[in-house]
Write a protein that binds this ligand. Sequence first.
Ligand code: HSE
Length: 438
Amino acid sequence: MSETVLRVGLAGIGTVGGGTWTVLNRNAEEIRRRAGRPIQITAVADLDASRVAAITGGKARAVADAMLLARDPEIDVVVELIGGYGFAKDFVLAAIEHGKHVVTANKALLATHGNEIFAAAQRRGVTVAFEAAVAGGIPIIKALREGLTANRIEWIAGIINGTTNFILSEMRDKGLPFNDVLKEAQRLGYAEADPTFDVEGVDAAHKATIMSAIAFGTPMQFEHAHIEGISTLQAKDIAYAEQLGYRIKLLGITKRHPEGVELRVHPTLISSKKLIANVEGAMNAVWVKGDAVGHTMYYGKGAGAEPTASAVIADLVDVARTLTADPHNRVPHLAFQPDQMAALPVVPIEKIQSSYYLRLRVKDQPGVLADITRALAESQISIEAFFQREPDEGVEETDVVLITHLCQEQKMRNAISRIEALATVLTQAVMLRMETFA
Ligand code: HSE
């Protein structure tokens, strides 16, 4: 067994970097036995020198500028934990150019610039590994790319953002509005001071984009993803959905479609009997349907120091094992050989098929329901479930809630336009998609 140390340059020693340092050191001996050589962080770049010193105790060289790691001939692999797609992109491309393997947790970078980065890595014969970029500690990249490689993947649906899952769980448990729960989540450290990427579904869309590319052998197509977050979701819809036997989760979904692939993130009604509907709090879960294996589901922590470090270190071990392998015989970055990628377009959201939840605020008077159901019938949309809330005393308006059978989204949108034009329908309809996973 070769005992040549794999020399790692760590760029960013915040939460995940600190966890990576801790776990690599704590489990050094087991990791060495698995990797076939010791893996050692020999240099760390972070703007906060005191943090580097506090975590490493001076056992790794500290540098202020990460670019020094990218160019350092004494480093074999860099771990990019800088985040964002500005400097992080320059850093990753520079490291590749200097022949270094790269391990990154940066989903935003890969979803938006992955095509360029993987092409550069391919040319240079280096690996860019990114297990930590999707669902933190859950080894979903490995599962999709290797474990399920025999399958034609049919669809993937995941709770891939812990912040929003925590917020939705709290809204349901406590019946509280989004803003109150968000503030509490920020106080507890579950949500960032600027929660936009999480609550507006962007982070989940980055992760869904990466999974879609691996599942279907397409380039990254983040710019075509349909993205809706949870910031406008009302507690009353969570409660009505529950009365009908559903929970609302922010799902990242990618599916085969006759005209390409679907790639979308939005709040989704799921039968409360389904396993994924019962994934609560900040936990993540990814459900994959393959033609041979059937249904598989992966559950675990999607963030946090050591869960994410678990994925970063798994990638480092992969790099250590394939250091001397011919680049053409390594596992391809996106599961399919680079010259075998498919140009499957992301289909516009109007073309998807879904069931829909509708909530309408209506005048409580004769003929209202007939008008609504007529508008749906004329768009060939069939109703599956329906209820009208008893009006509050002294108020002559109420909520009508219904769930439709499967239909094309364009038909649903047309029907909603007609319904909203009715004089008895008082506000904009609330429309949510529902997945049956049939
Ligand atoms: N902010 C993410 C989440 C974790 O809430 O799940 C990192 O991607």
